[in-house]
Ligand binder design. Structure first.
Ligand code: NBP
Length: 476
C-alpha cells in the first residue's frame, strides 16, 4: 500500500514517532541511512501497525502517496541538511518535508526559504517529550505554511498528547516559528529546573532535611498549583537510593549540570531582541557555573563567606515560604519567556498566539503543568497582554507570595546560599513594577561621555547637556 506518511531517521525519536503513527492507523514508510535500524524496527514492532520499510531514499520516496509527507528525525545540523539534499531532487511540487529534530530556528528559516523556492513545503516542527513522548503523544509545535498545516495538522494532532481531549499540537506560525517556540520551551525548562533545584537546596540547608524528606515535600506540592511533570520527577529522583552506597542517589551525583545548547540559544536570541529573560539566563549561567571547575576549586575555602547560620524557627512556615517563592519565580520565568515569544513574533511577522502555546504545552512535554491553564486563560482574557505577570490572576497569585519570596531570598543571602534564579526573578519583579528606575542616571552618564542625549520627564523632545563646556542644555 502507498504510505500516508514517512519517517526517515529511526534512532530513538524517529522509531518511536513512526510507531506512534502506525498505532494510530497510518501506513508509515520508514527509512534510515543504515539499514540495521529499519530492520530492527520492523523486527521488534512490525506488528504494531502497517510499516513500509525501504533501504534506499529513492524507494522510500516512491512508497509515499502524494502530496508526500516526509518526517526527518535525524541529528540536528549537518545531518538534517544532508538528508534534505538527498530528498529534494526526488520530491514533487506540493510535497511536505517536516524536520522534527531540534533545529535552531535560523536554520529552519533558511531551509524553508530554499524549499519554498522549489515549490516544496518545509515544516520545522518542535517535538517535546523525549522518547516517551514520541511514542505515546508528544507536544508538537509545527511551523511553516498554513497550507501545509491543512494536510499535516490533522495527523500531527492525532498523534500528539491530549489534555481534556484537546490536542497538544497547533499551527504555530510561518517558517522558523515552530522551532523558535520549541527553543523558548526549552529555555523555560532550564529556568523551571533551576528554580526547583534552588528550592531543594533551601529546604536541604534550611531544614537540614534528608533527600527522602524533601521528596515528600515535593510530593505534597505536586497536589497544588505547582503540579507538574518536573515537580513529580523531582520527588522521584529525591526518593531514589543509590544501590552501591546506600546513600540518597542525588548525593552521589557530581554537581555539574551539562547542556546541549537550547538554553544558550534562547538567551542569545533574547539578547538580540533586547528582552530581559533573567530567569532563563540565570538558569543557563548557573549550569555554566556548576561546570566551572578550576574557578570553583580556586574559590572553595578561599572566598570568605561572612554568612550567618541558616536558622529556621518554624519548619512548616518556611516550607510554605519556599513554595510561594518557587511559584512566584516560576511565573516570572514564564512571563519572560512569553515576552520573548511576543517580541520575536512581532519582529518576524509570525503572529504567534501565546495562549495557544501554553495550551499545547499542557501535555506531552517536559514543562507540562497545571499552571499552564492559567496562562491560556490570561491570554484568552487579553490576547495582547503586554505582561503575563500583570494579568489579574497572576497579580493575585504572585502578590500573595511576595512577602514570603522576599523572606526566602533575604534569608538565603544572609546565610550565603546562592539563589540566582529566585533572587533575579524577585529583582525583575521589583524592577518591572518600579515607579522610577536608576536608568535615569545611566542615560545621564551616557550623555556625559558620549553625547547620547536624553529625554526629560517634564517636556517632550531630545536633549543634550554641554558637559565639557558651560553645562547648558540644548535641544538635540
Ligand atoms: P540522534 O540525534 O542520535 O541522530 C541519530 C540519527 O541520525 C540516526 O538515524 C542516524 O542514522 C541519523 N543520521 C546522522 Br547522525 N547523520 C546522518 C546523515 N548524514 N544522513 C542521514 N542520517 C543521518 O537521534 P535521536 O536521539 O532520535 O534524535 C533525533 C532528533 O530529535 C534530533 O534532532 C534531536 O535533537 C531531536 N530530539 C531528541 C529528543 C530526545 O529526547 N532524544 C527529544 C526531542 C528532540 P544512522 O543510524 O545511519 O547513524
Amino acid at each position: 500500500p502507498a504510505a500516508q506518511i514517512g519517517v526517515t531517521g529511526l534512532a530513538v525519536m524517529g522509531r518511536n514517532l513512526a510507531r506512534n503513527l502506525a498505532r494510530h492507523g497510518y501506513t508509515v514508510a520508514v527509512h534510515n541511512r543504515s539499514q540495521a535500524k529499519t530492520d530492527s524496527l520492523i523486527a521488534d514492532h512490525g506488528d504494531e501497525g502497517t510499516f513500509v520499510p525501504s533501504v534506499t531514499t529513492e524507494e522510500f520516496v516512491a512508497s509515499l502517496e502524494r502530496p508526500r509527507k516526509v518526517i526527518i528525525m535525524v541529528k540536528a545540523g549537518a545531518a538534517t541538511d544532508a538528508v534534505i539534499e538527498e530528498l529534494v531532487p526526488l520530491l514533487d511540487e506540493g510535497d511536505i518535508v517536516i524536520d522534527a529534530g531540534n533545529a535552531h530556528f535560523p536554520d529552519t528559516r533558511r531551509r524553508e526559504a530554499a524549499l519554498r523556492e522549489k515549490g516544496l513545503h518545509f515544516v520545522g516542527s518542535g517535538v517535546s517529550g523525549g522518547e516517551e513522548g514520541a511514542l505515546n503523544g508528544p507536544s508538537i509545535m509545527p511551523g511553516g505554511s498554513r497550507e501545509s498545516y491543512e494536510v499535516l495538522g490533522p495527523i500531527l494532532e492525532d498523534i500528539s498528547a491530549k489534555v481534556d481531549g484537546v490536542p497538544c499540537c497547533t499551527y504555530v506560525g510561518p517558517d522558523g516559528a515552530g522551532h523558535f517556540v520549541k527553543m523558548v520551551h526549552n529555555g523555560i525548562e532550564y529556568a523551571d529546573m533551576q528554580l526547583i533545584a534552588e528550592a531543594y537546596d533551601l529546604l536541604k540547608q534550611g531544614l537540614g532535611a534528608s533527600a527522602a524528606e524533601i521528596a515528600d515535600i515535593f510530593r505534597t506540592w505536586n497536589e497544588g498549583d505547582l503540579e507538574s511533570f518536573l515537580i513529580e520527577i523531582t520527588a522521584e529522583v529525591l526518593s531514589q537510593v543509590d544501590a552501591e552506597t546506600g546513600s540518597a542517589f542525588v548525593d552521589v551525583v557530581l554537581d555539574q549540570a551539562e547542556q546541549k545548547g537550547t538554553g544558550r540559544w534562547t538567551v542569545q536570541n533574547a539578547l538580540d531582541l533586547g528582552v530581559p529573560i533573567t530567569g532563563i539566563a540565570e538558569a543557563t549561567f548557573a549550569r555554566a557555573l556548576s561546570g566551572s571547575v578550576p574557578q570553583r576549586e580556586a574559590a572553595r575555602g578561599t572566598l570568605p563567606a561572612h554568612a550567618g547560620a541558616f536558622e529556621v524557627s518554624d519548619r512548616d512556615a518556611f516550607i510554605e515560604d519556599v513554595r510561594l517563592a518557587l511559584y512566584a519565580s516560576k511565573v516570572v520565568a514564564y512571563s519572560q519567556g512569553f515576552d520573548q515569544i511576543a517580541a520575536a513574533s512581532a519582529e518576524n511577522g509570525w503572529d504567534i498566539d501565546r495562549g495557544a502555546m501554553a495550551r499545547i504545552w499542557r501535555g506531552g512535554c517536559i514543562i507540562r503543568a497545571r499552571f499552564l491553564n492559567r496562562i491560556t486563560e490570561a491570554y484568552e482574557r487579553d490576547a495582547e497582554l503586554p505582561l503575563l505577570l500583570a494579568d489579574e490572576y497572576f497579580t493575585g497569585a504572585v502578590g500573595n507570595g511576595v512577602a514570603a519570596w522576599r523572606r526566602v531570598v533575604a534569608q538565603a543571602a544572609l546565610a550565603g546560599i546562592p539563589t540566582p534564579a529566585f533572587a533575579s526573578s524577585l529583582s525583575y519583579y521589583d524592577g518591572v513594577r518600579a515607579e522610577r528606575l536608576p536608568a535615569a542616571l545611566i542615560q545621564a552618564q551616557r550623555d556625559f561621555f558620549g553625547a547620547h542625549t536624553y529625554k526629560r520627564v517634564d517636556k517632550p523632545g531630545t536633549f543634550h547637556t554641554e558637559w565639557s563646556g558651560d553645562r547648558a542644555e540644548h535641544t538635540a
